[in-house]
Design a protein around this ligand. Structure first.
Ligand SMILES: *Cc1c(COP(=O)(O)O)cnc(C)c1O
Ligand SMILES: [Zn+2]
Length: 445
């Protein structure tokens, strides 16, 4: 079929194009980031009803590679890659659940959580990495001199890169900020055979180094400034709409660090609008940790200026980023989606995550940031109780057990109002009965 895609410079004055098999991350003419563009005239030849039917027929099937939530939309993502070169671990197709009880607790009737962490490596990063690594495999098959794929990471990108490269038989290299990621995140690339380089700096420091070492074309860059990542991640918005029988929700809330994911979310939704699968757009809210909130600060000035900051330590370690690579794309997205940016303190994010857990979720701290931001917007009357709200949960809570342990032990440096401490007892029935009386039957006296 004649579907085509290419890299295109995001700078409106430039718009230079490059083929997808070139080793390139920024425009050679003007230095701006690139984005993947598709031939909409070809895509639009198939009507919206036909696209919907095709996507539905493939959804979660076992027909390689189309059962994947990403590759089920292959024509919209990376049409030119051969199916033999697709490196897929059946990513996407994650649960979108109605958080009824939690919604009621915070004043919403129609709150939904998109569990992107229920994925192979435990975060949404799988959606982008399957596309990037597949493109690398295709380039290698065409003779490109790529020896390894490298990324800087706050934890989840490296986990995803390592596992997709392992599945493809390609060497991966990960640069991690020493002591700033969770044990679960660190052990993933170790187990998957990555060359793990632990640098005594923060994410922004690792990002500077990886951009230097990937100037050598034999080491391919896998960070989200490489727009192939964004192409895969954009399926999350399409998938949410599909799961609602092709109706867009009213609001989508997403935690943001390097800001590739919000750009991806917007890009998928715009593509649906342009190919006439939807006729209105949801509002997009980006939530940042107060300790790493450069986008929020820019939002307060109507995006007239943007200043990178030095990110402070935050429990939301995957978004501890002061100089986000995709800020321009993110601001463009927010302007198109009537966007809002909110931030959350450490206590707010931890309490929101814990309150959600008490209502049957198991949130990572980044999802906590999004939930805390949502609670603020509901309280301020900016989100109405009847609106259909989707929170993108970006990683599985099991990757962040240390955060939860510290919260429930009460060893964080603020009061943890929902902490639930285990009671240690001798193994005797009377002692257990006494504990039950004290903790369950208190109100009966
Ligand atoms: C990467 C990541 C984010 C942030 O995504 P960006 O594209 O960097 O804004 C949020 N949550 C988790 C769990 C992540 O791994
Ligand atoms: Zn350019």
């Amino acid at each position: 079929m004649g579907y085509k895609a290419w890299f295109q410079c995001i700078n409106q004055q430039c718009r230079e194009r490059y083929p997808l098999n070139s080793i390139i991350y920024r425009c050679r003419t003007c230095g701006s980031l690139l984005e993947v563009q598709h031939d909409h005239n070809a895509l639009i030849c198939r009507g919206p009803g036909e696209w919907k039917k095709l996507f539905e027929d493939r959804y979660k099937s076992t027909e390689w590679p189309y059962g994947s939530g990403v590759w089920g939309k292959k024509e919209w993502v990376l049409p030119q890659v051969h199916n033999d070169n697709v490196v897929s671990l059946y990513e996407g197709g994650t649960n979108l659940l109605w958080a009824e009880r939690f919604g009621r607790m915070v004043g919403l009737e129609n709150l939904w959580i998109k569990l992107c962490g229920n994925s192979h490596s435990g975060s949404f990063k799988d959606l982008g990495m399957t596309v990037l690594v597949s493109n690398v495999k295709q380039m290698i098959s065409e003779g490109a001199p790529i020896k390894a794929v490298a990324c800087a990471s706050t934890g989840d990108t490296s986990a995803a890169l390592a596992v997709y490269c392992a599945a493809a038989g390609i060497q991966s290299i990960v640069l991690l900020p020493k002591g700033k990621i969770s044990i679960a995140q660190l052990i993933q690339p170790i187990a998957n055979g990555s060359l793990v380089l632990s640098l005594d700096t923060d994410f922004d420091g690792c990002m500077r180094v990886v951009q230097e070492i990937t100037k050598d074309e034999t080491i391919y860059l896998a960070n989200s400034m490489n727009s192939l990542r964004v192409e895969g991640q954009k399926t999350v918005g399409i998938e949410i709409v599909q799961q609602f029988d092709w109706q867009p929700p009213d609001v989508i809330i997403i935690p943001g660090g390097n800001l590739g994911n919000v750009s991806a979310l917007g890009s998928g939704l715009l593509m649906m609008r342009d190919i006439n699968l939807i006729n209105r757009l949801p509002r997009i809210v980006v939530a940042q940790a107060e300790r790493a909130n450069p986008l929020y600060r820019s939002y307060l000035k109507d995006f007239e200026t943007f200043e990178p900051i030095q990110a402070q330590n935050t429990l939301a370690s995957a978004i501890q980023i002061g100089n986000p690579v995709s800020v321009e794309k993110a601001i463009r997205t927010l302007k198109q989606f009537n966007g809002i940016v909110v931030d959350a303190t450490e206590q707010e994010l931890a309490d929101a995550a814990a309150l959600g857990d008490k209502a049957g979720m198991f949130n990572c701290p980044h999802t906590g940031v999004a939930l805390a931001g949502m609670i603020k917007l509901v309280k301020a009357g900016i989100i109405d109780k009847a609106e259909r709200v989707v929170v993108i949960s970006t990683a599985h809570g099991l990757k962040f057990t240390d955060f939860k342990v510290r919260y429930h032990e009460g060893t964080l440096d603020f009061p943890c109002q929902y902490s639930n401490k285990p009671i240690e007892l001798p193994p005797r029935v009377d002692a257990v009965m006494e504990a039950l009386r004290e903790n369950l039957l208190k109100g009966d006296k």
